[in-house]
Design a protein around this ligand. Sequence first.
Ligand SMILES: [Zn+2]
Length: 155
Amino acid sequence: MVTNGAQTTVAFCGHCGARPRARPGLAAPSRVCSACELGLILRAAPAAAPAAREAFLVIGAGREIGAVSDRAERLLGVGEAEAVNRDLAEFLAPDAERPADWARLVEAIPRLATGAAPLPALLVRCTHAPGRPLRARLGACGPPPAALLVLDDRD
Ligand SMILES: [Zn+2]
């Protein structure tokens, strides 16, 4: 945990979701994850940050994909390299019974970097395997400032 002014954040890897351990004696912690050596370390509020096994996406203000976690790659059926810079709507879609959730999600993404309130409980579908709804929560992460969408496909 690092306290930055009034806001406490936790660090996590943008690829595998691992939480880096503080290593006393290192002046500047590495920005590359020491667990998978693939992801960059991001920070988010504790309620927004993914747990170790949750799938997540980092999304830019224009709704473009910035990063896809390894679990999200499997969930969405797309590799990160293929997904980056494409529109979120290519991979996720409204849930038929909760279309307002999608509208709130799309509306909040561009504003998260400038302090919009996070959305803790959304329901969406993935376009790859639309049979089952996904619980999702939207928060902010960075650097650089971006939206963080955590997906949960467990029943
Ligand atoms: Zn990692």
